[in-house]
Each structure stands twice: as C-alpha cells, then as structure tokens.
Design a protein around this ligand. Structure first.
Ligand code: ATP
Ligand code: ATP
Ligand code: MG
Ligand code: MG
Lengths: 265, 265
C-alpha cells in the first residue's frame, strides 16, 4: 500500500481538490483508494458529499484520540473503490487537546498500522492500494501526525509568488519528521495546481519550482478550471461532475504519472 | 485607534493581500496604519519587502513571548504612514510553545495596550489610526491572540464553495472570544476577494454570503487581477506596483468604505 500525505502550509493551493480528484482518478484506473481528511475545515469530507450518521460517528478525530479503530472510520463514497475517513468539527480542538498526549506525533501511524496488520491477518493483503491524507494549511500536530503516518509526501503547489516562500520551511519539517520519527519519509511528487499557462508569473514560478525540486515535479499541471471549483458544491469529484472537462483530463493524466511511479514487482 | 483582525481559517482567500493593500490604501488616504504579521508563513512581511536586521530582531514572535515591547517591533515600510510588525520563522513554534503559558490568549492584547498607553502618555494621542492583523489560516492560539487584541473582525472571503463551510465555525470562535475574553469584539466587515463576476459560482456564493451576513459585506468586491499576485514578488503594494490597475482601484474603493465606517466624533 502506498501512503501519501498531500501537504503545504500555504493555504488554498489545491490540496483538497487534488486529494478528491487524484483519488477518484486512481480509483477509476482500478486502484483501491482510502482518503483521510485531517483538516478541521472538513473540506474533503464535504467535497465527497459524505454525511456523518450522527453523534459519535467514527471520524479521523476519534481515531486520533483513540476512541475508534481506523477500520471503523473508513466510509464508502459514491465512487467505486474510493473510500474516506471523514472529519468533523471536533478535529479543530485536537491540536491543543493532544499537545500533551503520550506519543502525540504518532497516533495516526499507530492506528493505521493496526488496521493494515489486522487486514493482512484476515485477508492476506493490504486493505488498500493507496492511502492519501489531506492535510490542513499549517505545520502543527495534525500535519506531523500525517507525515509520521506515510512514506511519501506530495506537495500541492500553486504557481504564485508566495508558493516559493513556504517550501523551505516545509522541507525543514519533512526532514525533522524523517530524522526523528520516520526515516523512510520522502518527498516523491510536486503537483502544480491552479496553473494558468497564459500568465508569465505562473510560468516563472513553475520554472523555479522545477529548479528547486529537480525531477520531482509532475509533468502534468492542473489547470485552473471553474468546473473543479463547482464540483464540490454538488458533493462530486470532477470525474462525476464534468468527466470530459479539462480538469478531469488533468487529474486522469496525473493519476497515470502517479501509477507509473509504482514499484514494478 | 481602530483595531481590526483579518481572519479566515480557509486558506488562500486573500487575507494577506488585503492586509497589505487595504493598509496601503488607508495610508494613502492619510491614515496612520500599523500592520501585524501573525502568520508563521510570513507572507505579509515578504509582501512588503521587509528585511529583518539579523538575529534577535524584534518581531511579532518576540512580542508574544515577552522578549520585545510592541513599540520596538514596529518597522517602517517603503510606504508613508504604513508600518509593520514583521514575523520570522520562530513564530511557527509559538502555538505549541505558548500552549501552557500563563495568560496565553491575551499576550498580544497586553503588549498592544502597553504600547498605546505609553504613546498616549508621551504624545497625548494614539500611536496609529488603524492596527490591522494578518492572521494564519487556522483557529489556534495565534488566531485567538489576534481576536483578543482587536475590537473588529474583517473576514476575507473567496467567492467559492468552500468559503461558506468554514464561516459558521469562524463565527463560533469569534463568539467564544467575545464571551470569554473580549465582550466588545464584533464582525464589522466582510471583504469579497478573488471575485470574478463572469463566473456563476462566484455570483451565487457572493449572494449567499450577503444573505448570511446582512449589511456586513462591503459593496466593493476585490476582483481577480494578476497584478495583485505579481506585486508581492517585487516587495510592493499594488499602489506602488500598478497604481492604475483594477486591483489598485478596488482596494482604494474598499478603503473609502472602511473610512466611511469610522465613528463621526
Ligand atoms: N485547478 C483548479 N481550478 C479551479 N479552481 C480550483 C482548482 N483547484 C482548486 N480550486 C478551488 O480553489 C480553492 C482552493 O482549493 P483547495 O480548497 O483544494 O485548496 P487547499 O490547499 O486544500 O486549501 P486549504 O489550505 O484551505 O486546505 C477552492 O475553492 C477550490 O475549489
Ligand atoms: N484579487 C486577487 N487577484 C489575483 N490574485 C490574488 C488576489 N488576491 C490574492 N491573490 C493571490 O492569491 C494567493 C492567495 O492570496 P493570499 O496569500 O493573500 O491569501 P491568504 O488568505 O493570506 O492565504 P493564507 O491562508 O495562506 O494566509 C496569493 O498568491 C495572492 O497573490
Ligand atoms: Mg484543503
Ligand atoms: Mg496569508
């Protein structure tokens, strides 16, 4: 099972949109995908139209505080082979609540490991092919939990000026998690989001990002396309809402490049 | 002195762009403006091209941890009547570092009060006409410090679907700060940012925001305009970089509406 955190502390760069639509495109291509909403805003949960069945439902918050096993928090979406661990409003208190918990940085990793081990035990295979985490726009305890729980990091990067400033800080945090919690952690992909090739600024920033991360920036850019911004209001992925739009094409293209990275057994 | 926090936990909605350019437009109109960068990303500091003079410089972080008085952290920008309290990388550790500090929610308020009182004492007037805080895209301790230190809240809202989801949570936090820390706190303005009137989605979301906050949404929308995204890469406000662009016009228009809210003595 590939485990990937979609992260960038810069806000509004396309993390959630990429989690939902890359997840859907990988599922369409036959992969079993579990998405995890680690952002207290709950945008991913809303994007996929997941309604939680009342108080006490298993969510990413309950998994973190140890009140629910990971397996109980995996819900189906309307898309075949695509499921989600949703979040609710309680997650916004988690950072302060867990600040003094024992093993606070690896709560999610431990919960995921139990889920995978139990599934391996019962079925002789991993519970999914991809585990993709949607992180909040900050580098606090939730983001650290996300990084400690995965082996791969994808940065969603908007091709605008502020994008470059935050990248060194992000790499510092990834290095910190790698050296202290998780030696196998690697940045394995940079997704250029909200890209408008007509803008000189966008082309310049993309060129700088490619220089900064040689060989890691996916050739497939995700163009700015209003259908991608409309789809969440219908609780749908772009593949359901506008399957022949440029946004759907871009995310299918990205999924192919992600699949091409898979280790050939 | 009017004190205003620009906040929204949704990322990338135009908080920093509004802090820099509304600040500049108010300064151009003759107001004395102090901006405070409360976001560990430091985008506002970068936007205004402020270079900190080496280790130990007074920053918003040092003010929060009590190592520097507020007055020492107010730096000039290239714009007349516009100054800034910058931030540096240390601020990203502040949330966890201050989690158990005594009076952790009102550190900024107390520092600002000392600055205002001392200035009143020495000069018989407030040190500025406007204090505007740029908040990070989260609702943790930094945002709470911001809310506790001001009497007014402006929400920067991108006219896209996710914008609506976070607003109720934001209002909950404002109410919480109002009831527990600061009874005079009020939401006094909603700034529609990154608005493209050609998009049906944008028009629909704007209409919903106007319904949600009757009478609070500024008539002046801030249109999407690439010059606004380019200006920060030159360390300039839109008024310096492209003074006759639609972006400059929009922020001047907003400043007039903000000035029109001033209490008539
Ligand atoms: N390629 C695109 N074309 C058009 N709109 C997009 C695109 N990608 C994202 N958006 C829109 O831009 C906004 C920001 O995207 P999104 O919410 O995915 O970013 P994020 O990084 O997850 O934000 P946050 O930091 O708040 O979690 C949303 O309103 C989304 O619908
Ligand atoms: N009206 C506009 N037209 C064009 N680009 C804009 C406009 N307003 C903001 N931008 C750009 O959009 C991006 C997001 O804006 P900004 O950084 O101000 O948002 P923010 O809410 O402060 O983000 P964060 O949540 O990360 O602090 C930036 O790259 C900025 O340059
Ligand atoms: Mg998101
Ligand atoms: Mg900002």
């Amino acid at each position: 099972m590939r485990t990937i955190a979609l992260i960038n502390q810069k806000g509004g760069v396309g993390k959630t949109t990429t989690a939902a639509n890359l997840g859907a495109a990988l599922a369409e291509a036959g992969r079993r995908v579990v998405l995890v909403d680690l952002d207290p805003q709950g945008n991913l949960t809303l994007h996929l139209g997941v309604q939680l069945d009342g108080v006490g439902a298993a969510t990413s918050y309950r998994v973190l505080v140890g009140e629910a096993p990971f397996a109980d928090a995996v819900y189906p979406t309307g898309v075949e082979r695509l499921s989600i661990v949703p979040t609710d409003i309680d997650l916004s208190g988690a950072e302060l609540e867990l600040a003094s918990a024992f093993g606070r940085e690896t709560l999610l990793r431990d919960a995921v490991k139990k889920w995978v081990d139990a599934h391996q035990e019962a079925h002789g295979e991993d519970p999914a092919d991809y585990l993709i985490l949607d992180c909040p726009p900050s580098l606090g305890l939730l983001a650290v939990n996300g990084l400690a729980a995965v082996r791969e990091v994808f940065l969603a990067v908007q091709t605008e000026f502020f994008a470059l400033q935050g990248l060194t800080k992000l790499m510092d945090i990834v290095e910190l998690v790698k050296s202290r919690l998780h030696p196998e952690l690697e940045i394995t992909g940079i997704v250029p989001c909200l890209y408008d090739s007509r803008l000189r600024l966008a082309r310049e920033v993309l060129a700088e990002v490619r220089e900064f991360f040689p060989g890691l920036v996916f050739a497939q850019t995700i163009g700015t396309n209003v259908k991608l911004a409309e789809a969440p209001s219908f609780g749908k992925t772009i593949l359901e809402y506008a399957p022949s739009s440029p946004g759907a094409r871009d995310y299918r293209g990205l999924a192919q490049l992600v699949i091409a990275q898979e280790p050939q057994d």
